[in-house]
Structure formats: structure tokens, C-alpha cells
Design a protein around this ligand. Structure first.
Ligand code: PMV
Length: 355
């Protein structure tokens, strides 16, 4: 039973997909049209506290009672912002079995800037759902497997990619999210992937070319994926690529992971750019600095690769012995563009933490 003033806490990492999902079969249930694999960005996190405030019983109307869910974003000067409709609906669905008039005050903080090329919806929704799990004390009432399903399913309904941020455990670096073989099923499983221990030293940095909000949100973009003539071809190739990527991760085949990730980033953006309406998330600078990156990598024989999300900012993943390559790339790219390129480094690796 939830009481007025009860609290729940959680923090969740963001993630970047190496094999990306683009398009959904069941829009509302957020069933992805294709399976995906992501790398957990443990250093880029959302920290969320939920407080239950509401009219629990008719005679228990307290002055601090809330009669709607409220979102306070700490990194936006503690502003109470309009709770997104999707988030409000999600909270109501989760709490419905526990009582009709329970409302949440959500205090949330991201330790990374918004719109910097790191998905705040993934970490944000995973942290929110996990904080609600803490409020409901599900860690005590559920088995590990039940809790995993609860967290990944509800997070997915918030934002597809959030399901890959909603796993706990030590094998947290690479996560697979599978689309069901029968597309009518509204369940799609997420699991930690086995990987070679050498991947544990993988480094990650984002080079920010543009920090403005994207003009087409990914939820909008997914709807048009199927209008691209390349969509079917991309989706048909995903099952074999998933297997190849899993093998490459298990065997530490760096070059192959590099090849698959870079190719998939191009292929997702090709689908985005050829749908109707067209969504072009990249800019000229992205193409220019990718070309600098690849030329320099060949010279250095560096163990490094790039990938992209739904935006122009370049994510770079590299082994520690290729740090000087990444630094030189940064210098050369800045010289070429004749301006400063900010970068944010992910230097911590932890999966979902409840409580
Ligand atoms: O999490 P969503 O449903 O907003 O979609 C995001 C999709 C991409 O980030 C572009 C790709 C991915 O697999 O994360």
C-alpha cells in the first residue's frame, strides 16, 4: 500500500545503439520492427526521485497533495515543466492497479546536457520506471526475473530505447533488444549480451556539432520508416547482422564490430533520409568529420569507430591505446571546421540502480 509522501529512487544509464532500431510494428506498444544491440553509457545518467502525493482516502486530503503528476527537471533551474502526455499516461497506467488518486511528484536530474546527442529519453524513462518500482517496493515482492520484465516492459512503453537502459547486473555493457518473431505479440525481450572481457576498457566520447533539439522527434520519425524504399532491405539484413555482432562481441573482433556499427549508422540514416517526409538528422559537418576520422584512423591503424544517433553528433568508441588518435582527430576536426567542437566523455560504467 502506498502512503502519502512515500518515496522511490533510481538512477539509469543512457545507451547508444550499435545496431539500431528504426520503425515499429505496433506503435503504441513500441514493438520495434527490428532487433537492436546497444552499448550502455553508464556515465550519462538520469537520477530520479518520485514522491507519492494524492488523495489516497477521501479524508486524507493534505495541503501538499497533488492532483496531477508533476515533473521537476533539476538541470533546468528546478523548473516544474509540463509533464509530457506520454509520460503522464504511462504513470497512470502503472499506478492504476494501486489506486485511482495517486499522483507523483517527479524530481529528475540528468548529469549530461540535453540535446547533446545522448538520448535523455532512454535514461529518463528507465530511471522513472525504476523509481516507481522502488516506491512500490517491487524488489521485495518480485523475483529477479519478474522485476526485469516489469522494468523493461514499462520502460519500453515510455521510449523504445529505454528498455535497453532498464537492466541491472554486471554484464551491463552490451544489451540486445529483440523483436518478437510473431509481430502481433506485444512483448519484446531485452537481455544483457555475453562479451569478451577486453571490451570492458572500451572508451566513449561524443563530439557535439549541434546542440539544438532535433526538428523531427524519433517517435515521429519511426512512423515514416516504412515509406523508405531502403527500409525493407535494411530490416531483412538485421537478423544475420545481429548474429555477426554477437559473435564479434564474444570474440573481441574489433574490426568487425567497427565495420558493422559504422555501416548500420549509415544504413539507418539512409532510411531516414529517403522516407516520406524525409528526416535529415545529419549536417555537412558530420560527413566532413567522419571523412577526417576514417583517413586518420587508417594512418594510425587505431582501434576506434564512430556511430550516430538520430542527430548530427558523432559518438566515438575506442580502445585506450588509441586515445592519442582520438585527441589528434579532435584537433584536426576543429582546425578544419575552424571552430571549437565540444566533447563529453563517458567515464563511468554502471547499469540501472534501484533505491
Ligand atoms: O527510443 P526511441 O523510441 O525514441 O527511438 C530511438 C531510436 C534510435 O535512437 C535512433 C536508434 C536506437 O536504436 O536507439
Amino acid at each position: 500500500i502506498i502512503q502519502n509522501g512515500d518515496l522511490g529512487y533510481a538512477s539509469a544509464p543512457s545507451n547508444i545503439a550499435l545496431l539500431k532500431y528504426w520503425g515499429k510494428t505496433l506503435g503504441r506498444e513500441q514493438i520495434p520492427i527490428n532487433s537492436s544491440i546497444s552499448y550502455t553509457l553508464g556515465g550519462f545518467r538520469s537520477f530520479t526521485k518520485v514522491t507519492a502525493l494524492g488523495r489516497f482516502f477521501p479524508d486524507e486530503i493534505k495541503s501538499d497533495a497533488l492532483f496531477s503528476n508533476q515533473l521537476i527537471l533539476k538541470n533546468k533551474n528546478n523548473e516544474i515543466i509540463q509533464i509530457p502526455h506520454k509520460m503522464d499516461r504511462l504513470i497512470k497506467s502503472i499506478l492504476f492497479p494501486f489506486g485511482k488518486e495517486i499522483y507523483l511528484k517527479i524530481d529528475s536530474y540528468n548529469n549530461f546536457p540535453t540535446a547533446c546527442g545522448i538520448a535523455s529519453s532512454a535514461s529518463g524513462y528507465a530511471a522513472l520506471v525504476a523509481a516507481i518500482a522502488d516506491l512500490l517496493q517491487l524488489q521485495i515482492h518480485f523475483t529477479e526475473q519478474e522485476l526485469k520484465i516489469w522494468l523493461t516492459e514499462w520502460s519500453r512503453l515510455g521510449s523504445g530505447s529505454a528498455t535497453r537502459s532498464a537492466l541491472t547486473g554486471d554484464d551491463k555493457f552490451f544489451v540486445k533488444w529483440e523483436t518478437p518473431s510473431d509481430h502481433k505479440i506485444d512483448f519484446s525481450e531485452t537481455q544483457n549480451l555475453k562479451y569478451h572481457p577486453k571490451w570492458r576498457t572500451l572508451q566513449h566520447v561524443v563530439f557535439i556539432l549541434d546542440s539544438n533539439e532535433k526538428s523531427t522527434s524519433s517517435s515521429e520519425g519511426h512512423k515514416f520508416a516504412e515509406t523508405s524504399p531502403f527500409h525493407k532491405i535494411r530490416v531483412a539484413g538485421i537478423p544475420s547482422r545481429m548474429k555477426l555482432m554477437e559473435k564479434g562481441l564474444q570474440e573481441f573482433d574489433f574490426d568487425f564490430i567497427q565495420y558493422l556499427s559504422e555501416e548500420d549508422a549509415y544504413s539507418m540514416h539512409a532510411v531516414m533520409q529517403t522516407g516520406e517526409p524525409k528526416a535529415c538528422y545529419l549536417n555537412n559537418e558530420t560527413a566532413e568529420i567522419i571523412s577526417i576520422f576514417v583517413k586518420l584512423r587508417n594512418k594510425y591503424e587505431a582501434k576506434a569507430f564512430w556511430t550516430l544517433d538520430a542527430g548530427p553528433n558523432l559518438h566515438v568508441l575506442f580502445m585506450p591505446d588509441s586515445l592519442s588518435f582520438v585527441q589528434e582527430f579532435h584537433q584536426i576536426a576543429q582546425k578544419f571546421l575552424n571552430r571549437k567542437i565540444n566533447n563529453i566523455v563517458n567515464n563511468f560504467n554502471e547499469s540501472l540502480i534501484i533505491g
